[in-house]
Design a binder for this molecule. Structure first.
Ligand SMILES: [Zn+2]
Length: 379
């Protein structure tokens, strides 16, 4: 069966043009300019962007991955798909090792079903000084056997590991990641510039939510932020929710780092899409007030209530990115990080038809995954 979407503004890496596209067997088979050769589903001038790729997300819609419940994991995936995330990692937070392994085993099944692109362990090998919303008494230094166990528990589906490179044995863990095809991400870290560079030299290639839960940038103490921003081997994660980072700090990053090295993430927790209230983040209690998630008692920021459609909207309206640039930081760059940019990440002939339809005010009206509508746009 073939689907033609016509009368659309199509956002490609090279620019935006008015035209049409055809989808067959879940793939984009033609992308054309102007009038479609045959009548299709008219989008009446709406915009098509590539489906969003979120490499750091814990929960949403009242459910989350860290609970280790399959039902909650499925709810989280469905919630973020409605907001345009067609590819995602499932992020766990620091918890007892048995719980982490059990959760990874459950998530591995959903990866095998094609619902998730992999598992992301955030912790437990992170800095107590920069633990944010991670439970301090559960933090530890990596040991080779333990580390291999955690990766093994994901049955080949662990894709990312956030760790602090200054911990004992952490550089061995980075090497272990690289050997196992797992992205080593520097985060929740008090590393100096030199310590961060040592990890990058071993193959660490992502900075987890740049600036947040990291040794701050000082003019004589450049730290992990400068290491990540100035080294071409590293992609930086940005939480663009208006809370985690001042918009001008995001502008500063955008002026120094090309969009091919910036991935917008949600770092969303269970309260995304939900009213204010009390929610769990793994073993921690989180209070959400005015959409801002903090540890109970007015503590550290504890994830976000962001969704990728809002991150995209903010990229245009708060950071003045062009549509192709916004598509790069929400889709193509994170797809590259996952090694999936030959399949997803842009509207290109031959790639999987993972698409988001946005109206004039950049609100989602449709979401398609592999040629099947998750939400069908009204013309
Ligand atoms: Zn996180």
């Amino acid at each position: 069966m073939s689907i033609t979407l016509s009368d659309a503004q199509i956002v490609t890496p090279d620019g935006v043009h008015h035209g049409w596209l055809t989808i067959e067997e879940g793939r984009i088979t033609h992308v054309g300019h102007g009038q479609a050769p045959r009548n299709g589903h008219s989008l009446a001038g709406q915009t098509i962007v590539p489906g969003f790729v979120d490499i750091h997300v814990h929960g949403g819609g009242g459910a989350g991955y860290p609970a280790g419940s399959e039902e909650q994991a499925r709810q989280t995936i469905a919630f973020h798909r409605r907001h345009g995330t067609t590819t995602a990692l499932a992020s766990l937070v620091t918890a007892p090792l048995d719980h982490l392994k059990k959760s990874a085993g459950m998530l591995a099944k959903l990866c095998a079903e094609g619902l998730l692109a992999g598992i992301h362990y955030e912790g437990p090998y992170i800095s107590a000084a920069r633990c944010g919303a991670h439970r301090p008494e559960l933090l530890r230094a990596p040991s080779a056997t333990e580390f291999a166990d955690l990766i093994g528990a994901g049955d080949g589906h662990v894709r990312m590991f956030t760790l602090a490179p200054e911990l004992p044995n952490a550089l061995d863990a980075v090497r272990e990641c690289v050997n196992a095809g797992v992205i080593a991400a520097i985060g929740h870290t008090d590393a100096t510039y030199e310590q961060a560079m040592a990890a990058i030299d071993e193959g660490a290639s992502v900075a987890t939510h740049l600036f947040n839960a990291m040794r701050p940038l000082g003019h004589r103490d450049p730290g992990p932020i400068t290491a990540a921003m100035t080294d071409d081997r590293v992609t930086v994660e940005i939480v663009n929710d208006g809370v985690h980072l001042h918009p001008k700090v995001i502008d500063l990053v955008l002026s120094a780092v090309p969009t091919s090295r910036i991935a917008f993430i949600t770092d969303a927790m269970n309260a995304a899409g939900m009213p204010d209230g009390d929610y769990p983040l793994g073993p921690m209690k989180v209070e959400v007030r005015s959409g801002v998630a903090r540890l109970a008692g007015g503590g550290a920021i504890a994830g976000s209530t962001l969704t990728m459609d809002t991150a995209f909207h903010r990229a245009i309206h708060h950071n003045n990115l062009t549509l192709p640039q916004a598509a790069a930081v929400t889709s193509l760059t994170p797809a590259k990080i996952l090694g999936l940019s030959h399949e997803i990440g842009s509207i290109t002939t031959g790639k999987q038809a993972d698409l988001v339809i946005l109206n004039e005010s950049l609100t989602i009206t449709g979401v398609m995954k592999k040629g099947t509508w998750i939400t069908q746009p009204t013309p």
